[in-house]
Design a protein around this ligand. Structure first.
Ligand code: KE4
Length: 432
């Protein structure tokens, strides 16, 4: 049996001085069972908790660690940077280096601005779109998560395509009254949003490969129609690729669809595990951002040289070996096939999906195309499966509405072990 005493004690202690005992709510294991393991260290494809348990890590800090833990190239790059000083609040060459890499990889991006989180990236991108179009309303989709800035913390109304109302206390209705909420993969709901908008729509923000309602890629036809609606209405299209960028492919959705956004937001992998977010667009659009233009945006540690060094070391490694994404996807598909086979043997309904190094599964008979579909899946069964797998040394995302990741440190033996553990888990679930 997995030992948990030290993590339980640590969680109690954390809870006494940190809200909820965690610094981001999902980590509290609220939608699954048990105490979150307190992690002591990571090594390659493994993480180790303070009770001495070893886990195969499919969370990888929610996406950033595409090379797994303690990648030597990233580590030495960070250590070298640390020895030159932690931060200056002044321009450094390494910021330009990472910006050039991103500009080369993402077609719509001619200029970029770095920030310290995905939340900052999407919040700033929406402000840029509003300032550029001189409009206030924007459209987001139920089930897509773009960080926790006020105007994005909205929930859909009773019928879709309504103005959002705050999904969290502390968010004034005044700050969400310009947010229209549509249904993912439903172009009709987007058309209704355009009709409901009083003064025109500044932007549509969408995860082209949604990873925050579980893994739910957008239909390509839907993306094409979003682009057409934006063109017809002078609305900017924002692809939030904070998660899918460098994860679904080197250039996120770009290799999977012909649709191109006006603004792209990035994060996670471009920081290599350090705090980094970014947003980028054409020179023309970015010229409206301060100090070139009037739209204000700033940050003390934006472009921090340590984080930039980790990002450059990560992206340069990804550029070196273009077979990386094929290998990651082969592993992800093998894992999901193993899960499906085990679930089927146990008579359990499961659907799965893969995009590059990203994988997702739902305990559902039907394919999942929207948040409504995802919320109809068996999340109770997910919680039991998560717990069974954790006891077998497999660290899956602690929510049915998250995405799993394969890293280059995830070996075939780890995949085999995970598939074996899933078969045992499904068998146990089928008996309970
Ligand atoms: P951060 O502010 O957490 O760095 O990024 C916000 C964000 C923006 N856009 C997308 C597509 C995202 O997935 C995220 C953050 N992802 C979650 C995981 N689903 C972060 C985990 C957490 O909240 O602790």
């Amino acid at each position: 049996m997995r030992r948990v005493e030290k993590s339980e004690e640590a969680f109690q202690k954390a809870f006494s001085v940190i809200s909820g005992g965690v610094n981001s709510p999902v980590r509290a294991f609220s939608s699954v069972k048990g105490t979150p393991p307190f992690i002591e260290r990571g090594e390659g494809g493994y993480i180790f908790d303070i009770d001495g348990n070893r886990y195969i890590d499919y969370v990888q800090s929610w996406g950033p660690l595409i090379f797994g833990h303690r990648n030597s190239t990233i580590e030495s790059s960070v250590i070298d940077a640390v020895k030159r000083g932690l931060s200056f609040g002044a321009p450094t060459l390494v910021e330009t280096q990472l910006a050039e890499l991103i500009v080369d990889i993402f077609e719509p991006i001619e200029k970029v601005r770095f920030v310290s989180s995905g939340t900052e990236a999407t919040m700033s991108a929406i402000r840029l779109a509003r300032g550029y179009t001189h409009r206030d309303d924007f459209i987001k989709f139920e089930g897509c998560y773009h960080g926790h800035s006020d105007s994005l913390l909205v929930k859909g109304g009773s019928g879709m395509a309504t103005f959002g109302s705050p999904s969290s206390p502390g968010v004034p209705a005044d700050l969400t009254k310009h947010t229209l909420v549509a249904e993912y993969n439903s172009i009709e709901s987007v058309e209704r949003c355009f009709k409901e908008s009083r003064d025109g729509v500044a932007c549509i923000i969408v995860e082209p490969i949604a990873g925050n309602m579980g893994l739910v890629p957008a239909d390509d036809k839907f993306l094409i129609e979003l682009r057409e609606l934006c063109n017809e209405n002078g609305t900017l299209l924002i692809f939030d690729e904070v998660m899918s960028g460098f994860r679904a492919s080197l250039s996120g959705s770009q290799e999977l669809t012909s649709v191109r956004a006006d603004i792209i937001t990035l994060g996670k992998v471009i920081g290599g595990g350090m705090p980094v977010g970014a947003f980028g667009a054409s020179r023309e659009i970015m010229s409206h951002l301060s100090p070139e233009g009037e739209i204000y945006q700033a940050g003390t540690l934006s472009g921090n040289p340590i984080a930039m060094s980790a990002g450059v070391a990560t992206v340069e490694q990804l550029l070196k070996d273009r077979d990386i994404y094929r290998d990651l996807e082969v592993k992800a598909k093998r894992l999901m096939r193993g899960f499906r086979d085990g679930a089927e043997e146990a008579g359990i309904d499961m659907v799965t999906d893969v995009r590059g190094s990203m994988f997702g599964f739902f305990f559902s008979k039907d394919r999942v195309k929207s948040f409504k579909d995802a919320s109809n899946s068996d999340t109770e069964l997910f919680a039991k499966f998560h717990s069974n797998m954790l006891d077998r040394g497999i660290y899956l995302a602690c929510s049915a509405y998250e995405t799993g990741f394969i890293s280059t440190a995830t070996t075939d033996e780890m995949i085999d072990e995970t598939i074996r553990a899933s078969k045992d888990s499904f068998y146990e679930l089928s008996k309970s």
